[in-house]
Write a protein that binds this ligand. Sequence first.
Ligand code: HEC
Length: 116
Amino acid sequence: MALRRTLLVLLAGCLGCLASSAKEYSDAEKQQLRQLYKDKCSPCHGVDGKGQTPAGKLLKARNHTDAEWQKSVSDEQLVHSITHGKDKMPKWGDKLSEEQIRGLVEVVIRSLAASK
Ligand code: HEC
């Protein structure tokens, strides 16, 4: 019985650690990330994320508001594409920090599908 209790305590502790691994963003951080998207990403993806700018249309930039696409890709995949680039999408790994890239995915890109 003592063993079962120990296991339960371990399990509960582990769930706690999983939940806390997702970063909480302050309003100021969210604001900064949205500004970063406007500065660096909107020339191709558009401020609204739809990719309907002249450069976006030319290069066929991904429409970030496409809910089906959003469901089909993991955060890790997106972080990877942004860091290393993908086809005509430039790589950002040498210009932005990993934290900024992760923030762009979690805060900006993921909120674009919901706003459609
Ligand atoms: C020069 C134009 C351009 C700029 C600037 C640009 N992108 Fe892209 N992006 C593209 C193109 C083109 C694609 C489509 C690549 C493909 O799917 O083959 C794309 C695709 C993506 C994808 C989808 C990748 C995938 O795995 O499906 C993400 C996420 C993305 N861009 C994020 C960003 C972010 C974040 C920024 C700003 C830091 C940014 N892009 C800036 C052109 C651009």
